[in-house]
Design a protein around this ligand. Structure first.
Ligand code: C5P
Ligand code: C5P
Ligand code: ZN
Length: 476
């Protein structure tokens, strides 16, 4: 099915914007990841430019307690970004009781209920998992909030919308597609984004060249990936200066010709060492840079920017990430960089733990229980990174557990485009399996999560496996 254009959201966005303009006071609530942070920053900028007063806050999870907290504030309007749709059934009673008017800008699978102001790509035929993120949806709202007859132009916020989409893994080798691509176009027109075809490895702005290659574990090129000595040797064999003033050069320091030299040599090496063709194709692809950010910083590269944001929000420092999104290039950025070092270490230790302990393979799913070894806020990222590593299969959804509190377990699940094409919907799997054991969950077809009571992991895996089997056998 061809997907709908981004303009399909215009009417709903206009209704939400009108309601916000009438609001006496707004509480802006958002999710704690890169997409949630950029959503909050886009909403905050647009509200401020429209001269609508608001207060901003974050929640790890929009559950009954979080909604009660929102109801207890004296804000009569609550703008939810990057969450809310999955909790419509819990939000609707608050609307009915007059606790607050909810306005939702989200891209998650909606729960079975309705509210008056709901902006979600899935309601108009745009895929919320791959074509529009929470930040993109909020960007549509931001455009609708531009005051008529003023010179406010919110297209500069497209930069943050693209960071959110990339943070939610919506960009493939061919870059962003569908509604996301329209946002890129607006960002290019506004002069805040450039699009290029380049090496896809993470760290082009900030990593010294040998580290760029060595740490690119996703590329898995024998003798280069995870091989410090091999990376240096490979680069030394190319006819380009590797250091400048005694310091390693970075990808951004190379000329176009030098970049081509490295890419060609890398491709030749990958082919010669038998790296599968699809992984070779993934080495070069569409990348996005933010033109207003300083060259050689994490913020210039959209993918590095989104990781920097995850490093703040997933460690209870959403305030720091929001500050950076809103322009803090001093103390906030320094603090975010410190958090990034910590986040990287945690990801690498988490991944190492999963690959050494291994996963349990069942008929329809594979799973691991990290207990307190991996922080619950990053266990989903680790699960996604583990797929394809030693013993972790590509053809089964992966379910990861981590302890949230002594009596609660966080669950994260990740699938693949292939499985989704065959009927997998992890948002349903997580919601139904969690409800079966006294918890709740939701998310996207390809990535979803849940919270369940401690001790119910085994029954949860059985239930999830049963639902996955049902989904996959319906289509085949
Ligand atoms: O709550 P939110 O929608 O912002 O989070 C999306 C999550 O789903 C992210 O953690 C992202 O990494 C994950 N995801 C994924 N693969 C995809 C799409 C999303 O792992 N193809
Ligand atoms: O937390 P995790 O990264 O595994 O989340 C994957 C996706 O599932 C995210 O989009 C998140 O918002 C969603 N999710 C949800 N309900 C939960 C947990 C996660 O909708 N209880
Ligand atoms: Zn999102």
């Amino acid at each position: 099915m061809a997907s709908a254009p981004i303009s399909a959201l215009a009417d709903r966005a206009a209704a939400c914007a009108d309601r916000l303009r009438d609001a006496e006071s707004v509480l802006l609530l958002s999710h704690i990841d890169a997409d949630g942070l950029t959503s909050a920053a886009i909403a905050a900028s647009a509200l401020e430019r429209a001269e609508i007063a608001f207060e901003a806050g974050f929640e790890k999870q929009l559950d009954a307690a979080a909604l009660d907290r929102a109801a207890e504030t004296d804000h009569e309007t609550v703008l939810f970004t990057d969450f809310g749709s999955g909790q419509l059934d819990q939000i609707a009673p608050h609307e009915a009781a007059g606790d607050f008017t909810p306005i939702i800008a989200d891209h998650h699978q909606p729960a079975d209920a309705e509210t008056a102001y709901h902006l979600n790509p899935l309601l108009v035929g745009i895929d919320g998992a791959s074509e529009l993120s929470g930040a993109g949806t909020t960007y549509v709202l931001a455009r609708a909030l531009e005051p008529a007859g003023s010179d406010v132009d919110n297209r500069d916020l497209a930069a943050l919308a693209v960071v959110g989409a990339v943070g939610d893994m919506q960009s493939g080798t061919d870059g962003l597609t569908g509604a996301n691509e329209s946002i890129v176009t607006e960002g290019v027109e506004a002069g805040v984004i450039t699009v290029s075809t380049d090496l896809t490895l993470y760290g082009k702005q900030t990593r010294p060249l040998p580290k760029l290659l060595e740490y690119a574990s996703e590329a898995r090129i024998p003798g280069i990936s995870n091989d410090q000595h091999g990376s240096v040797e490979f680069l030394s064999g190319l006819d380009i200066p590797l250091k400048s003033d005694g310091e390693w050069r970075r990808w951004v320091d190379l000329s176009d010709d030098e970049r081509r030299t490295v890419v060609n040599a890398l491709l030749r090496r990958a082919v010669a060492s038998g790296v599968p063709a699809d992984r070779i194709d993934d080495l070069v692809g569409t990348t996005y840079q933010l033109t207003r950010e300083e060259h050689g910083t994490e913020l210039r590269d959209v993918s590095e920017f989104s990781t920097l944001l995850n490093a703040t929000a997933r460690y209870e420092r959403a305030d720091v990430g929001l500050g950076v999104c809103l322009g803090d290039r001093e103390d906030g950025l320094m603090e975010a960089r410190q958090l990034l070092r910590n986040h990287r270490r945690n990801l690498s230790e988490g991944l190492q733990w999963v690959t050494s302990e291994g996963v349990t393979i069942e008929d329809n799913v594979q799973w691991f229980d990290a207990g307190t070894r991996i922080r619950e806020t990053i266990v989903g990222i680790v699960a996604g990174m583990a797929v394809g590593a030693n013993g972790v299969r590509h053809d089964l959804p992966i379910i990861a557990f981590a302890e949230k509190s002594p009596d609660e377990i966080k669950v994260s699940a990740r699938g693949s485009g292939f499985l989704v094409g065959r009927g997998l919907d992890l948002s349903v799997v997580m919601r139904e399996a969690a409800r079966a054991v006294g918890g709740d969950g939701g998310g996207h077809t390809i990535a979803a999560g849940a919270t369940i009571p401690s001790g119910t992991q085994r029954s949860f895996v059985d239930e999830a496996g049963r639902i996955v089997n049902e989904q996959l056998s319906k289509r085949s």
